[in-house]
Design a protein around this ligand. Sequence first.
Ligand code: ASP
Length: 333
Amino acid sequence: MLDRRKFIERVAMLGAAGLAPSVLKPAVLPSLPGLNKKNYPAVISTWSHGIPSNVAAMEVLLSGGNVVDAVEQGVRVPEGDPENHSVGLGGFPDRDGKVTLDASIMGPDGDAGGVCFLEDIVHPISVAKLVMQKTPHVLLAGSGALQFALENGFKKQNLLTPEVKKMWEKWLKNTQYKPEINWENHPETFHDTIGMIAIDKNGDMAGACTTSGLGYKMRGRVGDSPIIGAGMYVDNEVGGAAATGMGELVMKTLGSFLVVELMRHGKTPQQACEEAIARIVKKIPDSNKFQVGFIAMDKSGNTGAYSLQKGFNYAVYQHRKNKLIDSKSYYNS
Ligand code: ASP
């Protein structure tokens, strides 16, 4: 298999022959003025499962580990928790009763990896990390992603727990079997992706995002979480953002990339999240029927969040405190 190092070496040879794309030249990064290093290290993540996830990420950061490993270890917590019905093991299945997982990860060097429509693997985020580190690609899907995971030592496991299987069977009896985009509003189809952004003691940033997606989704449906720039994005010069909620709205507006670009142009993380939500409201006529939440952190470790609807919360671990915060929302009813 062509691993990333060999791929880069090969492209470097092309470079010697004058054929390599200019993007491979090392970038000279401008130093940003006014960085507030007092805020380092810090972790922000979506929903209340962010609290234990932040602890796991912060342990890696405080023990001198790297920021990519920190976000990976952080989001592995809900992935491995069978009581959590929106991520990894114990996640809600699709309409056919299959749990299919989406995940993405991005590091300070701008490298990124993801998997989507992956079945039978508890920790898709770790597969995403390997896609980033060992392949010349960014996203592997479905059976190809599973094959790659198995080749790299991951073990197959049935992710549909008996408890969730019963819920799905009950849902099948009472629900007309037709696609409806707002199934997320169904009381049993929680949609609580974990998105996480971290900054280490040197100011290097990484992000991770992982989910079982919309509960009882159409078979084959992939959400925003594995799409770099939609569910999560990090630019080590500027900051990072992640999304949760109805992925279709986030994909149509490339939400996380938008939040980072808004910060690049001077918005605070809070203002950037608010403007990205306002963009959804402007572009998507029935946005009032859905939930979307964004979290963001800038290069100084400042954080922000905003959602379409009430009820979104997020966890921030900074200055030795790990706090769950209720997000403000666009719609207040
Ligand atoms: N954003 C995820 C998706 O659309 C789900 C969620 O966050 O609830 O797949």
